[in-house]
Design a protein around this ligand. Structure first.
Ligand code: C2E
Ligand code: MG
Ligand code: MG
Ligand code: MG
Length: 282
């Protein structure tokens, strides 16, 4: 029961470790069936232009509703999908769903929005990523200018042919953003070599603007640096009017967070299009 150290340094599993392992296996088995059982949904979180208060884009976020286990957070299952390689199928499904939905809104006459989709490390490294995205764009008919891919600093850093791949995507007209910016410990030099459009300031900085003057200065500095590099800035995790005002005063371009809206279903987005002014308080 107590973790024993074997002769050769082997460690035996404790009951707690067994529990973690079997929970992971359970999730993995569930994940393998989830797609054919139609248990995934995509929800959309509005991104607002802070100078005009209008909707400029949405971020697509996956949801998994299991009939017995309820809703499982992507923070819990995406890493497992990543480890098992299931992320390739799941990620392709999300991309297709998001592009299809965005085209549908445009066909319905809504003001065109940018659709941001999170790309995980394994997905970015898949050899036919560019072809897969091209296929989705042509089958859905979405103009690539309305697709944005969210990459993290670690993805770019770990990938050998990152610049080439990003340039191919950019040449197709797709936008690229750095998600969770400022949390990745990487050297800043990639900002001048990689074809990036946007930095997304991580929620951990935004949420502390008023509790920690150091976070406030970091946010201020990121906005300033981004603009000097001709990049757009989106602040993630905006929850209060005060945070929004801070960002507006410092000319941050866009904001996203519970202050405006939680991630919502496509159906709820339809409602939002009808009542935009009331919902998106600025
Ligand atoms: P992320 O890409 O940084 O997405 C933002 C997360 O912050 C989302 O959590 C969103 O619901 C949450 N959020 C937005 N505004 C606020 C706010 O004001 N306050 C707080 N407390 N949270 C806020 P979610 O949907 O649980 O996703 C977690 C992470 O899982 C995402 O972080 C992303 O890395 C990953 N993820 C989600 N969907 C996908 C997907 O389709 N593909 C991949 N590869 N990863 C995904
Ligand atoms: Mg994201
Ligand atoms: Mg992300
Ligand atoms: Mg993020």
């Amino acid at each position: 029961r107590v973790k024993e150290q074997g002769k050769n340094g082997f460690q035996f599993y404790t009951p707690e470790m067994n529990e973690i392992v079997s929970k992971k296996m359970k999730l993995e088995i569930g994940l393998r069936k989830a797609q054919e059982r139609n248990e995934f949904r995509v929800v959309y979180q509005p991104q607002i232009d802070v100078t005009t208060g209008s909707l400029s884009g949405v971020e697509a976020l996956i949801r998994w509703h299991h009939p017995e286990w309820g809703t499982i957070s992507p923070a819990e299952f995406i890493p497992i999908a990543e480890e098992t390689g299931l992320i390739l199928q799941i990620g392709e499904w999300v991309l297709h769903e998001a592009c299809l939905q965005n085209k549908k809104w445009q066909d319905e006459g809504q003001p065109p929005l940018r659709m941001s989709v999170n790309i995980s490390s394994r997905q970015f490294q898949q050899s036919d990523l560019v072809e897969m995205i091209q296929r989705i764009l042509s089958s859905t008919g979405l103009d690539p200018a309305y697709l944005e891919l969210e990459l993290t600093e670690s993805i770019i850093q770990d990938s050998k042919h990152a610049v080439t791949k990003m340039q191919q995507l950019k040449d197709m007209g797709i936008h690229l953003s750095i998600d969770d910016f400022g949390t990745g410990y990487s050297s800043l030099s990639y900002l001048k070599t990689f074809p990036i459009n946007t930095l997304k300031i991580d929620r951990s900085f935004t949420s502390n603007i008023y509790n920690d003057p150091k976070d406030a200065s970091l946010v201020e500095t990121i906005i300033h640096m981004a603009h000097n590099l001709d990049l757009k800035v989106i602040a993630e995790g905006v929850e209060t009017r005060e945070q929004l005002q801070f960002l507006q005063q410092r000319h941050c371009n866009e904001a996203q967070g519970y202050f405006f809206s939680q991630p919502i279903s496509a159906h709820e987005m339809d409602e939002l299009f009808k009542n935009q002014i009331e919902v998106l308080k600025t």
